[in-house]
Design a protein around this ligand. Structure first.
Ligand code: HEM
Length: 536
């Protein structure tokens, strides 16, 4: 089924009532479950349903696995580029067997790519064949851009260690040194999923104390924590997905209990957003702002809009010496095959969960993205040039999400009454009452209040995020670089090349986008009477 294939929402009332009858059980309707399966939405939401592969099983990939294991050491020693240059150009087609293996290859190669581009005193504008050739193949297979994404850094880059009681003594020590686990949350208790694939034993990614990253650039606890907080957030948000789909479906079907179902779902959503927000705030526990700003963030940078640091055309994905006249380009004095490409860097803004919430509630990011004078984004392109028809931020970053998740969001945006999510249904309900010249009845009022509260919960979540942006980007950007973080000879590219103006502009852009996205503007207006649903 294509993502655009209509869902069974525009059914007849007969179908609708039989649907609502089947909803009386505590499990989700089969077709909601099959949709989740179809779009790779697991018991852990947009995370895989089991642990990501840690090593490619085929010995053939030992050169990659040996290097990725020593990534931060090699970057620190300033030898990473030489080591990559000595790697063989490994095949992917016919060698990588399962989707897990393709994903593992993508994770490894994205770390290699950013390590190579940014792991030197100057950025490298060329990605050599040992990275480019397999990376282009793997990203084409997965339909992801050949650059670090939320998928490579977060979704597929973690392991879950057993709980302390079942660990060996060394693991126990590691766990004990971690902060206490959050209380059990609905995600881990919910009977919501009836997936064919049961959660793997000991696999509970909501528990931050049991999560570890597979790879980091810097080897710092701050970098691990930065990725793992998102992993836990994604897992924590998982249980709400089928609940909200059911509400949208009830709306689309005009089922007799749609108001009640939607009210209940919204109340659960509020609890979920708050729980995920609590995890977000745990970022402060183990991620140090100065380490984030000066050591981690430079490695996450993309290749788009990077003229000031020496990447005016983005990065050249070098496929080897040119064999024919037509295919070649002169790069660094040699005729090479390949392509210049420019992409955004890795960002949690690529999270499908947060966009799912937006779509369900019908939150519109009216002025984010390209109407903003600070936005520099465009869709993934093969040049570093700015595109006049730039997409809004939230639309653009979807292209950096795994294909099925992208398709899932597209499908969700068509559920309910179509674009506008629950907001549209609530607005229509209010308008219908007005046209009838009557007050909302008790059930309708409950729905309206639940909706307003849910949008507030989401605005508060974004407010927390905005505070994080201030603490981790705005404040460090205005403070002197600590002596021990100043770049040594091997250094990291990018940081010192930026003029102050450019850095200021980037910060302003980030804050602007975050502010706009936070929905604060809308909230201010909607708080006029506390019941204005129009802005949402
Ligand atoms: C140190 C922690 C963090 C910092 C400094 C930070 C910074 C930023 C910045 C600068 C943006 C603007 C767009 C961009 O550059 O991509 C952004 C957007 C975004 N970030 Fe974060 N972020 C952090 C953690 C997180 C976490 C853990 C999540 C959870 C998934 C998250 C979710 C988002 C989302 C969804 C957006 C898109 C805008 C929106 O929809 O509100 N961020 N972040």
């Amino acid at each position: 089924m294509s993502p655009y294939e209509p869902l069974p929402i525009s059914t007849t009332s007969k179908q609708a009532s039989s649907e609502s009858e089947s909803d009386t059980s505590s499990s989700f309707p089969n077709h909601i479950q099959s949709l989740l399966n179809k779009y790779d939405v697991t018991t852990n939401g947009f995370l895989p349903d089991g642990p990501p592969l840690e090593v490619l099983p085929d010995e053939y990939y030992a050169p990659w696995e040996n290097l990725i294991r020593r990534l931060s050491e090699s970057l620190d020693a300033g030898t990473f580029r030489e080591e990559v240059d000595r790697l063989p150009v490994l095949e992917t087609d016919g060698r990588l067997k399962t989707e897990e293996e393709w994903r593992r290859a993508y994770v490894v190669l994205c770390f290699f790519a950013h390590g190579y581009i940014w792991g030197g005193s100057m950025p490298s504008e060329v990605l050599p064949p040992p990275i480019s050739v397999p990376l282009l193949s793997v990203s084409s297979h997965l339909d992801l851009p050949p650059i670090a994404t939320y998928a490579s850094l977060n979704l597929w880059n973690f392991r879950c260690v057993p709980p302390p009681s079942s660990t060996t003594s060394s693991l126990s020590v590691a766990s004990e040194s971690l902060p206490p686990s959050p209380p059990l949350t609905p995600a881990s208790n919910s009977p919501a999923f009836t997936s064919n694939t049961q959660p793997k034993t000991n696999f509970n990614p909501t528990d931050l104390s049991r999560l570890q990253t597979l790879h980091t650039f810097t080897g710092t606890p701050s970098e691990s924590w930065f990725y793992l907080v998102s992993v836990a957030m994604e897992a924590q948000g998982a249980y709400i997905i089928p609940t909200m789909l059911r509400a949208l479906q009830a709306i689309g079907l005009r089922s007799s209990d749609w108001k009640e179902t939607t009210t209940k779902a919204l109340r659960e959503l509020i609890t979920c957003v708050e729980a995920v927000g609590e995890l977000l705030e745990r970022m402060y526990e183990r991620c140090e702002p100065m380490v984030f700003y000066h050591q981690i963030r430079p490695f996450l940078a993309g290749s788009k809009g990077m003229s000031a640091v020496g990447l005016p055309k983005g990065v050249f994905y070098d496929l080897g010496l040119a064999s024919t006249e037509e295919e070649d380009q002169v790069v660094q004095g040699q005729r090479r095959r390949g392509k210049w490409m420019a992409y955004r860097g890795g960002s949690n803004g690529q999270s499908s969960l947060i966009q799912f919430w937006d779509l369900v509630l019908g939150v519109e990011h009216v002025s984010a993205g390209n109407s903003s004078p600070h936005a520099h984004s465009s869709s993934p392109s093969s040049t570093g040039a700015k595109d006049r028809n730039e997409k809004p931020f939230h639309e653009e970053v979807r292209e950096y999400m795994p294909l099925k998740h992208r398709q899932f969001l597209s499908m969700v945006s068509k559920m309910g009454l179509g674009k506008g999510g629950i907001r549209k249904a609530v607005m229509e309900m209010v308008e219908a009452a007005q046209q009838d010249g009557r007050q909302l009845d008790e059930q309708e009022e409950e729905l309206q209040v639940a909706f307003t509260n849910a949008t507030r919960a989401l605005a508060m979540f974004r407010n927390k995020h905005l505070q994080i942006v201030a603490r981790f980007i705005v404040i460090p950007s205005r403070q002197p670089v600590p002596e021990h973080m100043k770049r040594e000879k091997k250094g990291r590219a990018g940081e010192e090349k930026k003029g102050e103006d450019e850095d200021g502009e980037k910060v302003e852009k980030a804050v602007n986008l975050a502010s706009v996205s936070s929905g604060l503007q809308q909230r201010k207006e909607s708080e006029n009477d506390g019941k204005d649903t129009k802005r949402w």
